[in-house]
Ligand binder design. Structure first.
Ligand code: NDP
Ligand code: GDR
Length: 327
């Protein structure tokens, strides 16, 4: 039986990845940071019905002693470093914390594996946000980076440290440059989930308006379930490497609204209002990925269309609100 350690196991990707790896027969251990709201932590693992199947160990990614203690005790075959302050908009409000968790955090993982001389394979969650002010209309592993937020700058540091430990110390460390991926388990502050939750509330008569920021930004959106599959595939390769994971289709926030409201027979223009509070100090206008390397080397391809993703998310949010109304 293989053992894996997942940092960020309570997040969207951590939960889907844990489910995937349990299904493959792994012992799944997660690093869990202490919270005063321990009753809601683990909600995503419960939603997927796997809360009792994973082992959660107390620690924090920014605390090297936690990471060393857990890695030493668990001796994981594979480590997936997904923990981060992952909300771009908050990174302007918490730039130093974002640097510590999203930037420096992975170095604790890399150092733990190096110092303990373990053969653990490491996956690090890099991001398409690193392309920022895009230097090429379609972004691949060869496209130069131009980060546009404290979050993206932190991810860039973490990305290069992962590459550096691979090249310096021969660690089996891979970096997935993942484009946006969504699901019913997406955090409510991210635009897709904010929209599908808004659609559900408006449809059920719980709200009338949905305030949003820049509707013209475009993103390459896939389904998180497909993307965690790519993470696992990367660690099954003999040679570690970096891969772009994307659908190859880009869509504006406006068109996402059109699809989501349209699914329940509403016109987004009747409900979406613009609130300058949701505009960012520096915007990433468009992201559009080229995942042909992953397709060729890993055999990875997305399986869920944007239309299907939108429907799954809207339906899940309607169900959530209906359950709350009945309770
Ligand atoms: P989430 O925000 O849903 O999850 C983040 C996770 O990190 C949570 O489990 C959170 O714990 C944990 N975490 C935050 N700070 C710490 C800390 N100091 N110590 C330990 N754990 C911590 O993110 P996603 O699942 O969406 O993303 C996973 C990773 O992939 C992130 O690194 C993100 O930046 C990156 N990424 C995501 C993309 C996407 O589209 N989803 C695209 C590209 C990259 P808690 O539950 O306690 O808050
Ligand atoms: P992003 O995701 O910044 O791409 O980062 P988010 O969904 O927050 O924003 C996408 C785009 O939508 C625009 N937007 C709004 N965004 C939010 N959150 N709320 C709004 O009301 C709103 N209105 C318009 C934004 O300006 C932006 O252009 C996500 C995260 O998961 C990162 O961790 C990850 O690295 C990247 O995706 C790839």
């Amino acid at each position: 039986m293989k053992t894996c350690l997942i940092t960020g196991i309570t997040g969207q990707d951590g939960a889907y990845l844990a489910k995937l790896l349990l299904g493959k027969g792994y012992r799944v251990v997660g690093l869990l940071r202490r919270s005063a709201s321990s009753d809601v932590i683990g909600e995503r693992l419960r939603w997927l019905g796997i809360y009792d199947d994973v082992e959660l160990m107390d620690g924090d990614l920014t605390d090297i002693s936690s990471v060393l203690r857990i890695v030493q005790a668990v001796k994981p075959d594979e480590i997936y470093n997904l923990a981060a302050q992952s909300f771009v908009a908050s990174s302007w409000n918490q730039p130093l914390l974002t640097g510590q968790v999203t930037g420096l955090g992975v170095v604790n993982v890399l150092e733990a594996v190096r110092l303990l001389e373990l053969p653990s394979r490491i996956y690090h969650a890099s991001s398409s946000e690193m392309f920022g002010l895009i230097q090429h209309p379609i972004q691949s592993e060869k496209t130069p980076f131009y980060p546009r937020s404290p979050y993206a700058a932190a991810k860039l540091y973490a990305h290069w440290m992962t590459v550096n430990y691979r090249e310096s110390f021969g660690l089996h460390a891979s970096s997935g440059i993942l484009f946006n991926h969504e699901s019913p388990l997406r955090g409510i502050e991210f635009v897709t989930r904010k929209i599908t939750d808004g659609v559900a509330r408006i449809k059920l008569g719980l709200a009338k308006e949905l305030p949003l920021g820049n509707l013209e930004a475009k993103r390459d959106w896939g389904h998180a379930r497909d993307y965690v599959q790519a993470m696992w595939m990367m660690l099954q390769q003999d040679v570690p490497d970096d891969y772009v994971i994307a659908t190859g289709r880009t869509t504006s926030i406006r068109d996402f609204c059109r699809l989501a409201f349209g699914h329940v027979g509403l016109n987004y223009e009747d409900h979406v209002v613009t609130d300058p509070k949701f505009f960012r100090p520096a915007e990433v206008d468009v992201l559009h990925g080229d995942a042909s390397k992953a397709k060729k080397a890993l055999g990875w391809e997305p399986t869920v269309s944007l239309e299907k993703l939108v429907i799954e998310m809207v339906e899940a949010d309607i169900t959530r609100h209906q359950l709350k109304l009945r309770a």
